[in-house]
Design a protein around this ligand. Structure first.
Ligand SMILES: C[S@@+](CC[C@H](N)C(=O)[O-])C[C@H]1O[C@@H](n2cnc3c(N)ncnc32)[C@H](O)[C@@H]1O
Length: 333
């Protein structure tokens, strides 16, 4: 007989029915709290393992890559995508006047690497400005969409299917006048490897642009709650039910389903402090490291080398309303 059962029998002999009833009631009261603590601990452990900057769990990285495959197949259109005519018409000025703060004439003939090109919206804008484009993504559908998106521009175009962590395999020692990476590295299996690989591709005097999720937008506790929602969303096996989840959160605005999918589907979704990224970039030999847009997310432009003199091509910072404020839809519960 096991020790717990023996103890139960011994206790039952010395305790009155009333005491047993009282104990049951007390245990019933503390039970859910303890359960909650245990569940929260498991979520936190899983969150840390999935967001690990050096190497996310395979289960997290495979799932993240799959969610983007779904996004580019089923939800490629929407607000701020190339199907949005307002966005498509304004993409050049969004890039120059708000995100990069560089004059349009800087781009002509420059070599630009779009690291994690997605369906090609930013490659479209950069090619339209006259840059020669090299576009990389881990997802074949994304690379093919980007190829279609920039087909008509009379610039050089090269496409690679590759994880950013392994750019050297497809690019060798090639460097670029600009490396542009919007909303990608925080989703990569290894943030550290992808970051080092991407920043190493900027030529001396060249420009790096990164858009990363900022810790300022969500505290760690809020992020954990969001992670629970992501687990819930991913546990729904029926595609129709998943759409219901997203549509409920999209309110009356179905055009933002694409952004909501970005928010809830990929399990790897890291957030960063600007100061951490700034010191990493300084270590990698970048100077003039600035946030180009004053929002809680990180829009970062930096120049390779501390003496890069770009004053004659730089534009000054603009304030709100930014391009996305025009359509801002509240995605919180
Ligand atoms: C949020 S989307 C951003 C796409 C594009 N930059 C944009 O703003 O439209 C993230 C992209 O990162 C790609 N991705 C995820 N992990 C990657 C990795 N390890 N290496 C390269 N691309 C990756 C996905 O396939 C997806 O296209």
């Amino acid at each position: 007989m096991n020790i717990v059962l023996q103890l139960k029998i011994a206790l039952r002999k010395v305790l009155s029915d009333q005491i047993v009833d009282n104990l049951k009631k007390t245990l019933g009261k503390i039970g859910p709290q303890k359960k909650k603590r245990e569940i929260d601990t498991l979520y936190r452990l899983l969150f840390n393992a999935v967001q690990d900057p050096e190497n996310s769990l395979d289960i997290g990285s495979n799932q993240t890559v799959e969610t983007f495959k779904h996004q580019w197949t089923e939800l490629a259109d929407g607000q701020f995508m190339l199907s949005d005519t307002w966005f498509k018409e304004n993409i050049g000025s969004i890039l120059c006047d708000e995100m990069l703060l560089l004059k349009p004439e800087w781009f002509k003939g420059k070599s630009i690497l779009d690291a994690g090109c997605g369906s090609g919206r930013w490659s479209y804008g950069l090619a339209q400005l006259g840059a020669n484009m090299t576009c990389v993504d881990i997802n074949e559908i994304a690379v093919n969409s980007t190829r279609d998106a920039i087909e008509s521009f009379p610039v050089d175009k090269i496409f690679h299917l590759s994880p950013l962590e392994e750019l050297d395999n497809v690019l060798g020692g090639e460097k670029f006048d600009m490396v542009f990476s919007y909303g990608v590295i925080h989703h990569c299996k290894s943030f550290n490897k992808a970051f080092d690989s991407v920043v190493s591709k900027v030529t001396d005097g060249g420009v790096l642009f990164l858009y990363l999720y900022g810790r300022e937008s969500f505290s760690l506790d809020e992020d954990l709650e969001l992670f629970k929602d992501r687990m819930y969303y991913n546990a729904i096996t029926d595609q129709k039910e998943r759409m219901v989840f997203l549509k409920q959160r999209a309110g009356n605005n179905p055009v933002c389903l694409n952004q909501l999918h970005d928010h809830f589907a990929p399990l790897i979704n890291r957030r960063f402090e600007f100061e951490d990224i700034r010191s990493r970039l300084q270590e990698a030999g970048f100077g003039r490291i600035e946030r180009t847009m004053d929002t809680t997310e990180l829009y970062i432009r930096a120049f390779k080398g501390t003496d890069a003199d770009a004053a004659d091509v730089m534009l000054s910072k603009k304030g709100k309303p930014f391009w996305f404020n025009r359509y801002r839809v509240d995605i919180d519960d």
